[in-house]
Design a protein around this ligand. Structure first.
Ligand SMILES: O=C(O)CCC(=O)C(=O)O
Ligand SMILES: [Fe+2]
Length: 398
């Protein structure tokens, strides 16, 4: 076969036989992994999907043209350190994944993952509010007290959940949810993001992500409210890597309020508008006090003895394009809020849809319960439908 460059991977080959058009849903069924017809289906489509009793559907493996793009050209750029604001410690890879690969990965994940539109009740004192999460979500992983291990050496799909310390089976009663192993297509990314982080850290420390949360913003009406991922179940100073795929969206950050007369932040931050679904009621994020959400630059005026008098712009806006990755680390989560605001207009980038993946490490079972509760919930499972160009309900059970 003629040598193909990376670029040609993304162009239809004029000589290669055409792949038969199939319903994308069928890619996950047993029929899709039956032996390929000779010279008809490329080898890349024969890789068996990731399967597990906790999955509502088998999850396809990455086609080799995406895997090649990830393995040979990622990271596409070295990260820029952003730490010129109080308590802010970010790495910005722009991009992390080359754009062409990122766009392919966006379409693949939107098509192959199960998604949920989670509804839940938030309680503040006596007041109960019904929250409709304004985006599609899904989650994989388990906190560090449990581990998925392969039961049969030659079968990567034979994963069972055991106690990390004793390697004995995790009791069914340990979780209020059924943890799902990170499928192969996301696990490759997880390992790469960990390595990129280790390279960027002076101490070369690998964050050891055990959770992968996925958001799909179908249009400018989908969003995530100001929040911080500072729940206790993530431990102190969590490292969270956030990867953007597909349409460009604004990412806003603002410092939590400072107590007047003290440059340290006020304990308790804010989540104007709504609690966020990855945290939900009961978490530190959802129970914060109020603060302004004007979008204006906030001024920090310090007091004698704590911080020299200064005016510091405490609002940041970044435009995140396909393949970009932001790593939030150090004191960032305990001092800053972030959001993806709604975007007006019925055309443009937001209408392409955007997938966001965050990798994190949860340290206690409460984190596992929280993440499944607010990212899978108890409603129906949806899948992307290429014809309807929308998420379609596939199973009224999770
Ligand atoms: O979509 C994004 O870039 C942000 C997602 C996020 O903040 C989260 O899932 O906690
Ligand atoms: Fe977040």
């Amino acid at each position: 076969m003629a040598k193909r460059t990376l670029d040609t991977f993304f162009k239809p080959s004029s000589t290669a036989p055409k792949r038969p058009k199939t319903d994308p849903i069928e890619c996950n069924t047993a029929t899709a992994i039956s032996p390929p017809e000779p010279n008809n289906i490329p080898i890349e489509d024969t890789k068996p999907p990731s399967q597990h009793p906790s999955y509502p559907i088998p999850i396809a493996q990455l086609p080799s043209h995406i895997e090649v793009g990830l393995e040979h050209a990622t990271p596409a750029n070295a990260p820029r350190e952003i730490n010129n604001q109080p308590h802010l410690d970010l790495l910005h890879f722009q991009p992390y994944i080359p754009r062409a690969t990122a766009n392919e990965l966006f379409k693949f994940l939107r098509r192959e993952l199960p998604f949920y539109r989670v509804q839940y009740t938030a309680r503040r004192g006596e007041v109960e509010t019904q929250i409709n999460t304004p985006r599609w979500t899904t989650v994989f992983g388990v906190d560090e007290t449990s581990t998925f291990i392969q039961e049969q050496d030659d079968n990567p799909n034979s994963l069972v959940l055991v106690e990390t310390k004793t390697k004995t089976p995790t009791p069914k009663t340990k979780y209020q949810c059924t943890p799902r192993p990170i499928p192969a297509c996301l696990d490759l990314l997880r390992r790469q993001v960990e390595a990129a982080n280790a390279n960027a850290n002076a101490d070369n420390k690998i964050p050891g992500y055990n959770f992968c949360l996925v958001n799909y913003y179908a249009s400018g009406d989908d969003s995530i409210a100001f929040h911080s991922d500072d729940e206790r179940f993530l431990g102190p100073e969590p490292n969270i890597a956030s990867l953007s795929l597909g349409g460009e969206r604004d990412f806003l950050m603002k410092h939590k309020p400072f107590v007047s007369g003290n440059a340290n932040r006020m304990t308790g931050g804010c989540v104007p508008g709504a609690a966020r679904a990855t945290s939900g009621p009961g978490s530190t994020s959802a129970t914060r006090g109020s603060c302004t959400d004007s979008g204006a630059t906030l001024n920090l005026v310090s007091s004698p003895g704590s911080r020299p008098a200064a005016t510091v712009p405490l609002q940041i806006k970044m435009s995140l394009g396909s393949g970009d990755m932001v790593v939030m680390r150090g004191a960032t989560q305990s001092n800053w809020l972030h959001s993806i605001p709604k975007r007006k207009g019925k055309a443009g980038e937001a209408m392409r849809g955007r997938v966001n993946i965050t990798f994190r490490r949860a340290v206690v079972p409460g984190g596992t319960n929280n993440y499944y509760n607010y990212n899978v919930g108890s409603g129906g499972m949806y899948r992307w439908d290429e014809v309807a160009r929308d998420m379609v309900l596939r199973d009224s059970k999770v």
